[in-house]
Design a protein around this ligand. Sequence first.
Ligand SMILES: NC(=O)c1ccc[n+]([C@@H]2O[C@H](COP(=O)([O-])OP(=O)(O)OC[C@H]3O[C@@H](n4cnc5c(N)ncnc54)[C@H](OP(=O)(O)O)[C@@H]3O)[C@@H](O)[C@H]2O)c1
Length: 253
Amino acid sequence: MARGDETAIVTGATSGLGAQFAEQLALRGFGLALVARNVARLKDVQANLISRYALPVEILQADLVTDDGIAAVESRIAHRPPRVLVNNAGFGLREPFDKASIEAEEEHLDIHVRAPMRLMHAALPPMLERGAGNIINVASVAAFTPRGTYGAVKSWTVSMSRWANNQYRDRGVHVTAVCPGFVRTEFHQRLGAGLDDVPSWMWLEADAVVATALKDAGRGRAVSIPSARYRAIVSASRVVPAALSQRLAARGR
Ligand SMILES: NC(=O)c1ccc[n+]([C@@H]2O[C@H](COP(=O)([O-])OP(=O)(O)OC[C@H]3O[C@@H](n4cnc5c(N)ncnc54)[C@H](OP(=O)(O)O)[C@@H]3O)[C@@H](O)[C@H]2O)c1
């Protein structure tokens, strides 16, 4: 098969983890469809990838908290089903649950649950028909401890990915939830979160997170937790009493 014949769709491809997924999938020879809201940034990423990898790279402007935005990506999937779908786009909310507007909370639910669920639902049938496909859903280690609606939506991602991987792997389709800890991206600055007190050892680099995620997805794993230190934290959280883990998680959402 020629380079670029297989396509990957990456949501939130203009920065952070999404830009790294686009980069590392291009390195593996995938043609790309990049999804985000900011067209100027999409064009920059597109031009950069085409110039370095000489692969087909298309862009799709879509706001994934809107019906129209989701429908645009569903339509792209229906017309040219991808070999890989990366549900990565996301943002956090600064306000605690009792202070955030319900509209902001609904958009947060839509970007982290509704959009990935709909895109998975669109991508699965053609992948199953072909007997090959990978769906990568970016979750978080926040899925494993109570952290407001952010932890709750990421728990949905892990639960759904685990179930779907088990359900569909025998038919050639693997679904992987990627669960990073703190990663240096634009996520926290967009959120306006001051994280000076986060120790340096807790920070991960996006390129390493994505390299581990793609390796685990290639092995058909349902859950990928990048870095040994976060795997140890998640293992420990399984044996820490619920009351203590609630206290430890109280700082975040
Ligand atoms: N950074 C961390 O510490 C961390 C840790 C664990 C998990 N995660 C998860 O990793 C994923 C990627 O986050 P990141 O850290 O790479 O953040 P980031 O650097 O802020 O990138 C977010 C991406 O999502 C896109 N996006 C945001 N809202 C969108 C919308 N409504 N419709 C379409 N695209 C939208 C952004 O592009 P536009 O603004 O142009 O739309 C951008 O490309 C998220 O799901 C996040 O929850 C992050």
